[in-house]
Design a protein around this ligand. Structure first.
Ligand code: NAD
Length: 429
């Protein structure tokens, strides 16, 4: 099939590349001219394991190309995916202006039947609005179908997630697009679930909010563990062995962040409100997450007494491991908090330093994680990059003015850290 993807970000680029890999002809469109130029020159605008190789292979095979002209991409496609951002507004509801703009742009160049697939995460009933907008701006000249196909990939394992999904959710309003959607996803060997459009839209928000809830749940339990002298890791392991609960997303930490969970959670709360339901449970999830950061900052200030004038080394800036994405990163929020409290910062991230430079100022950027501790009063682990487990602890202990580590991701064993001579403060242990 011929496919175009409007919005070549974390989701759009992976989606387009994986469809090309499964044999389709894909045009990735983006309004950001610099991004398209970079892609056309063979560069990759994001860090995502395995993506550069796959893009290169499919471009070379003539199945994948890039443009910033929406008409150019849309006119030659059977399927058009919308994968633009859906950022939060100050009141928590979703800013749908990018989706609306793309809908108008698509409408203006429709000349024959197309399937328009929304892959952006949107509140329930957005599909109706997209269809209404396209009908209005194309002046009813051509037939089209709107489909909802929410994306569940995780940054850091996006290719694997896309190629081997747990499930594919496809929301449709008529039978006409069903065959093409079945054919599109056939190579991925995953259960394809057809629903109505509203259910598909709700599945995505309900799923992400549930995952955020699971994290806040274990974070709340971590508070009890600290108060009672239990170990949250042992509690999570014991809970997680029950298959009805599962061990995933039961890692206590300084809180969740990123470009999806916080905004999807607030969007789901706002949507519920507009549908007449006060989703108090999810408001508590947000509150626990905010408090978790407060508690971590307090742990640091309690131990250091005065932060003003101290130098702290922060390991990790991305919102999670294996990505360079710093949008809504708890690590960046923590850096800002510490700077506001007068601390000087030395920071390191294996992949996110370039993107972090756009949101973090007046810090010392350290390329080698083993040099971070030099001149520092304490180290802070803010992102769970697996390579941090290989930190040269002996060297760090010698470099720190006092051997103190605050671990917001529970990477190390407290008993072992004590044996090595550290004052080691982690979460829920
Ligand atoms: N990032 C994730 O892990 C993830 C996972 C699942 C779902 N989602 C959802 O997917 C959507 C996209 O997320 P993302 O992280 O890829 O966002 P992103 O910001 O990385 O990418 C969006 C892209 O759309 C482009 N764009 C905006 N307006 C445009 C227009 N009119 N025409 C062409 N291009 C335009 C932007 O320049 C940008 O490159 C969001 O709704 C998000 O919630 C994201």
């Amino acid at each position: 099939m011929k496919i175009s993807i409007v919005g070549t970000g974390y989701v759009g680029l992976v989606t387009g590349t994986c469809f090309a890999e499964s044999g389709h002809h894909v045009v990735c469109i983006d309004s950001d001219a610099k991004k398209i130029e970079l892609l056309q020159r063979g560069g990759i605008p994001i860090y995502e394991p395995g993506l550069p190789e796959l893009v290169k292979k499919n471009v070379a095979a003539g199945r994948l190309s890039f443009t910033n002209s929406t008409p150019e991409g849309v006119e030659c496609s059977d399927l058009i995916f919308i994968a633009v951002a859906t950022p939060p507004q100050p009141d928590g509801s979703v800013d749908l202006s990018f989706v609306e703009k793309v809908s108008r742009e698509i409408a203006s160049c429709l000349t024959s039947y197309k399937i328009i697939v929304d892959k952006s995460t949107v509140p329930v009933r957005t599909g109706e609005k997209v269809a209404e907008t396209i009908a209005r701006y194309s002046k009813g000249r051509v037939e089209f179908d709107v489909v909802s196909n929410p994306e569940f990939l995780r940054e850091g394992s996006a290719i694997e997630d896309f190629m081997k999904p747990d499930r594919v959710v496809v929301g449709v309003a008529s039978q006409r697009p069903v065959r093409a959607m079945k054919e599109l996803y056939a190579p991925f060997n995953a259960p394809v679930m057809f629903t109505n459009i509203k259910s598909a839209e709700l599945i995505k928000h309900a799923a992400n909010s549930f995952l955020a809830l699971k994290i806040s749940y274990i974070n709340a339990v971590s508070v009890l563990c600290e108060a009672a002298g239990a170990d949250v890791q042992e509690v999570a392991a014991g809970m997680g062995m029950d298959p009805r609960i599962g061990r995933q997303f039961l890692n206590a930490s300084l809180g969740f962040g990123g470009s999806c969970f916080p905004k999807d959670l607030s969007a789901f709360i706002a949507t519920s409100q507009s549908l007449g339901y006060d989703f108090g449970l999810l408001k508590e999830v947000q509150k626990i997450n905010t408090l978790q950061m407060e508690r971590f900052v307090k742990k640091i200030t309690d131990a250091l007494w005065v932060t003003r004038g101290k130098t702290l080394g922060v390991l990790g800036l991305a919102f999670k491991q294996n990505t360079d994405d710093v949008r809504n990163s708890p690590a960046i929020a923590l850096c800002h908090r510490l700077q506001a409290a007068g601390a000087g910062l030395r920071v390191h991230d294996p992949q996110a330093m370039d993107k972090a430079r756009t949101v973090l100022n007046n810090v010392t950027w350290v390329a080698d994680m083993n040099e971070l501790a030099e001149g520092c009063d304490a180290l802070i682990i803010a992102t769970e990059w697996p390579q941090f487990k290989n930190l040269d602890l002996e060297r760090a202990r010698r470099a720190l003015s006092h051997p103190i580590i605050f671990d917001g991701r529970n990477l190390f064993d407290p008993a072992e850290m004590e044996r090595l001579g550290f004052l080691y403060k982690s979460i829920g242990r």
